[in-house]
Write a protein that binds this ligand. Sequence first.
Ligand SMILES: Nc1ncnc2c1ncn2[C@@H]1O[C@H](COP(=O)(O)OP(=O)(O)O)[C@@H](O)[C@H]1O
Ligand SMILES: [Mg+2]
Length: 223
Amino acid sequence: MQIDVHNLSFSYGHRTVIDSLSLSLSSGDYLVIRGKNGTGKSTFIKCLLGMNPVKNGMIFYDHQDINYFKEWTCLGYVSQKFEDFNYEFPITVNEFLSVSSLRKTSQSNRLKALDQMGILELLNQNINNLSGGELQRTFIARSMLNDPKLLILDEPTASIDKLSTEYFFKAVNQLNLQGVTIILVTHNESLGHLNYSHVLTMFSDGTNTFQTRDRCDLSEVDF
Ligand SMILES: Nc1ncnc2c1ncn2[C@@H]1O[C@H](COP(=O)(O)OP(=O)(O)O)[C@@H](O)[C@H]1O
Ligand SMILES: [Mg+2]
């Protein structure tokens, strides 16, 4: 998916959190967004997801203005907030994946997604009994089921262990190689193992820099 952001600014009341953000990504690009806590990373993601209405500046998906965009099923999204998740009634991981996919999925698709995340053995477990890391990987598997053209990940590994994190980034790299555009938010990740192509750095005064990988010295800023 092609993404173009032109001069996007966003404020909560009088507080400007994003000041003139512009970037362009093509299909198969992999953007890492980094910045300290509170620099507006999630605010920008909410703009991309249509949750924060864009009033100053423009966002285009495949050259279509986000204000008229309808193909939200092309987007996969995984957020960092899982702690308070609890399904209303006992349901297995397999059932959870079946009911929460927007398209009809086959059992083999579900098995593949779980296998990619290294949690195939959880297929018939009650989702309310999973650990935080297992739950997070289940959500990531779910986001893959719709074959997204753009996968947006907001600090997805914030509360999972090292092994899960490795599985996760391998799976993301694989999706990226298949042409899925990736946007990954991180605030403390070492980026060595990621196949990113671009870096957006956000600062607490609302400013930002957008660079290609070869122009970005990651040792420059310590997060
Ligand atoms: N709904 C909101 N209303 C008012 N202020 C908000 C809201 N959401 C976030 N903020 C503030 O905007 C700033 C950026 O937040 P956020 O985008 O969550 O940062 P990050 O994801 O980089 O940690 C923070 O100062 C935060 O307190
Ligand atoms: Mg955030």
